[in-house]
Design a binder for this molecule. Structure first.
Ligand SMILES: NC(=O)c1ccc[n+]([C@@H]2O[C@H](COP(=O)([O-])OP(=O)(O)OC[C@H]3O[C@@H](n4cnc5c(N)ncnc54)[C@H](OP(=O)(O)O)[C@@H]3O)[C@@H](O)[C@H]2O)c1
Length: 366
């Protein structure tokens, strides 16, 4: 029987890494497989939760003595610094692993090639770049956060077949139950939801993840420079689901301090800004540990987020019904879709999902 290729083993490690999605932040997703010289899996594992053991350690623990002379496949360069757990490279060398294959270098400044170098210096052969593109896609939130100092951002919009996000001034149901369940699954793993003031006023959403299991609190961000959202908005009563942050201008708060003090007393976080600069808002979220954002709307805020160069990925759900008139979708999303290949369009219940990277260039790394 022919031995599997490095790429095939790495595909297995990448699939294992997915088990941690939504639970590992601020750490990346990582999967690892230990393969004996005869081509048998003797250990495997994933990093499942921040603070938990690293994937390499889980896989090597499972392999035990069978790790001697084996090859370790790992979706990210092993760490060489002492964080919440000990350095993985020492554990790998101590286990007698002969060769390490990684998908990519870890851009974390504490690692950044030093893990690979340490292993080579200690007699372990290292090959890197196997499955690198897939690994970069898988860890896009972590990589964007660490390289660009902002959250990886998915813009999601639901429109009628003729491109309206809803009737003016009226909450409008457009998506089918199948699409609704799919959207709730997106909310299950993302770090934060972002919406604009007008969406809160018109739709009064609760902005919680409903249906799928969510393992940790969900941060909700309301961009409301002028403090227009009503005190009775439903989202203000959902703090048990996670923090709610209102992004508001300093001048707005100074004009009515008692009102905002009352909001603070209710547990609502105020993110005071001196100008309407969304780049500053995004960097602030990154500093608070938010690695991924689902920008749910409405179209004005989405267009502003696009114009600021802060969007990485788009999801356009197009319902079958037409509205004839209403609030038009963000023009930038419509233009983006025109350049998307047919295979980016798939049925979702009665609706269509058009999904892909903002810069629809294959191979782009965040
Ligand atoms: N179908 C869907 O997927 C969906 C999802 C959400 C909402 N909606 C619908 O969309 C409508 C609301 O959308 P909308 O576009 O009117 O409002 P919106 O996007 O909800 O709110 C606009 C927010 O963006 C801010 N903003 C606008 N331009 C900006 C810029 N250049 N820089 C920084 N901030 C900027 C506004 O600030 P100011 O407050 O200072 O103006 C406001 O806070 C509602 O009808 C709702 O039902 C549909």
């Amino acid at each position: 029987m022919a031995l599997l290729t490095d790429a095939a083993w790495m595909a297995r490690a990448l699939a294992l890494a997915e088990r941690g999605r939504g639970r590992t932040a601020p750490n990346p997703l990582v999967g690892a497989v230990v393969v004996s010289p005869g081509g048998v899996v003797v250990g495997q594992g994933a990093h499942l939760v921040a603070g938990g053991p690293h994937a390499e350690v889980v896989a090597l623990d499972a392999a035990g003595e069978h790790g001697r002379g084996a090859t370790l496949y790992c979706t990210l360069e092993p760490c060489c610094h002492v964080g919440r757990t000990g350095p993985c490279v020492e554990r790998i060398a101590a286990a007698g692993v002969r060769r390490v294959v990684t998908a990519m270098q870890d851009p974390n400044p504490h690692v950044d090639g030093r893990g690979h170098a340490w292993l080579r210096a200690h007699g372990v052969a290292v090959d890197t770049g196997v499955g690198g593109l897939e690994a970069a896609r898988q860890n896009a939130p972590f990589l964007t956060w660490i390289r660009a100092n902002r959250p990886w951002t998915v813009l999601k919009t639901v429109t009628s077949a003729d491109g309206f996000v809803g009737r003016r001034g009226e909450r409008t149901k457009l998506s089918s139950p199948v699409a609704d369940r799919w959207m709730q699954r997106q909310r299950a793993w993302i770090d934060a939801l972002v919406v604009g003031a007008q969406t809160l006023i018109v739709d009064d959403p609760v902005l919680t993840a409903r249906g799928p299991v969510r393992a940790r609190p969900l941060t909700r961000v309301i961009v409301d420079w002028r403090g227009r959202t009503p005190p009775g908005a439903r989202v203000w009563s959902t703090l048990s689901a996670g923090p709610v942050i209102m992004v508001v201008l300093d001048s707005t708060v100074q004009a009515d301090p008692a009102r905002f003090e009352a909001m603070r007393a209710r547990g609502i976080h105020l993110d005071l800004q001196s100008s309407r600069d969304l780049g500053v808002v995004a960097r602030g979220l990154a500093s608070a540990g938010v690695q991924s954002v689902l920008l749910e709307g409405g179209p004005s805020l989405q267009q502003a987020w696009l114009d600021a160069g802060l969007v990485d990925h788009l999801q356009w759900l197009m319902a079958s019904a037409e509205l004839g008139e209403g609030v038009p979708m963000a023009a930038g999303v419509r233009r983006w879709c025109a350049g998307m290949p047919d295979e980016s369009r798939q049925p979702l219940g009665d609706d269509w999902l058009i999904e892909g990277p903002w810069e629809s260039v294959e191979g782009r790394q965040p």
